[in-house]
Ligand binder design. Sequence first.
Ligand SMILES: *Cc1c(COP(=O)(O)O)cnc(C)c1O
Length: 229
Amino acid sequence: MDMILENITRLREHIYNRAVKAGRSPEEIILVAVSKMVGINQIKDAREAGITTFGESYIQEARQKIPQFSEEIKWHLVGHLQTNKVKYVLPLFSMIHSVDSIRLAQEISQRATQLEKTMEILIQVNIGQENTKSGVSPEGLPQLLEEVFSLKGIAVKGLMTMPPYFSDSENVRPFFKKMRELRDNLFPSLPDGFSLPHLSMGISSDYEVAIDEGATILRIGTAIFGERK
Ligand SMILES: *Cc1c(COP(=O)(O)O)cnc(C)c1O
């Protein structure tokens, strides 16, 4: 208990200080505690420490864990999603961070419409153009957005990225910056009334740099729960 509470307290302090230093309002930054491979009791400890939004990556694991919690907790899907798993995801999650193809978006739209629900999504961008990572390429983003904006049952809330890993987080800065610029440059071409308010970027190793560069959603696991086994 104490370790998780301490980690969260320290993390919140760091987030607050960094936001202020960057001239940003700390309230506009959402902390998602990534609880993949973390046990129920640890998640409860984090909940008691004030965390209200958790992130999961694996559908099978999420289907076992999420129903054990009350509905006051929000769950975000941060991991890759296959089209054939969408049916499980809709009732469990309030936001999907990993939409990267029109086929996936269409499936979400169809299922959400059936359930008379609107699913909040982010479009995942492969900003480092890495073969090993999911996400639409920066070049493919405008077209995908145009198609996704027209779908029913989906509310596009912004962009998400997993940049290349560097041990020195300063090396990640250009990728975060590129994400913000990509978002800002798209704004004039979005349909009337639409914006992309959220930038989901920053993990345990680089969240402070992500805050500097405009992140509004931080996805943090290790710095809260410790190293995953
Ligand atoms: C696991 C994971 C995280 C959390 O990473 P940490 O280094 O543990 O903070 C964030 N985003 C995604 C997509 C993940 O899969």
